[in-house]
Design a binder for this molecule. Sequence first.
Ligand code: GUN
Length: 293
Amino acid sequence: MASPLLLDGKGTAAQIREELKAANSQRRAAGQRPPLLAAVLVGNDGGSESYVAHKIKACVEVGFESRLLRFASNISQNELLSVVNGLNHDDQVDGFIVQLPLPPHIDAQVINLAIDPTKDVDGFHPVNVGRMALGLPTFLPATPSGICELLRRNGIVTSGMHAVILGRSAIVGAPLAQLLARPQEPGNCTVTLCHSRTQALKEHCLRADLLVAAMGKPGFVTADMVKPGAVVVDVGTTRVEDRHRQSGFVLRGDVAFDEVAPLCRAITPVPGGVGPMTIASLLTNTWQAATAS
Ligand code: GUN
């Protein structure tokens, strides 16, 4: 088989940032302020720190304003609700996110429900989840919409494909299943959503034209699970200890890349695949929030 197309999320995200930067320059030339994204970070989880830092850096790159609101992990749920309420009513803030996971004493759904849906650039509020389900204009969750955009911009036509998604999380797997089933391109897929109770998982995977791995199990998808010519998207970014690195860890995807890639028509690398696209989609949503009506 010919060598696979590498779905370069890093390069594709850079292209999207260039487009947003140009649109933002025009907006500013017309006398309007840049979009502002606020990020709420609770505690010191290493992964969350890193994700939020990347989100803020991306804002700087496209000329958006950003605000980072940090709180100790012992902030109470009521205090965090007050923070959300403040952001809801702050006219300078176009959109904001509350980085997940939250400490166990805080109910993430209570916080999610308190976010003004018109500022919910994560697309997690039930109003926006419902709008997505109905195909109405809304903020699409960043990782699934980033995957769709990566496929679209790299010429992968999904219509008629059998898409198999591993992982049913509310952030990735469940919304991606909906987006890929939509009657449009990318979309028009027949979707199988697999999870921890799925039987005969390998057989499902072997029927996939588009296989998306989003379970957070490093190296789970091996060559014997992939149909030759499939398109493989790896959402996994697990930190695995690596004493040879200065950071002490390496990011590992859910796909055993070296053995799977030679079988594929196209595949995403980790890092540099889905991760940068997630952040580009968040910027797109922030732009949408700032320019709506
Ligand atoms: N934690 C992991 N992914 C995400 C995301 O897309 N948004 C938020 N708010 N938290 C996350």
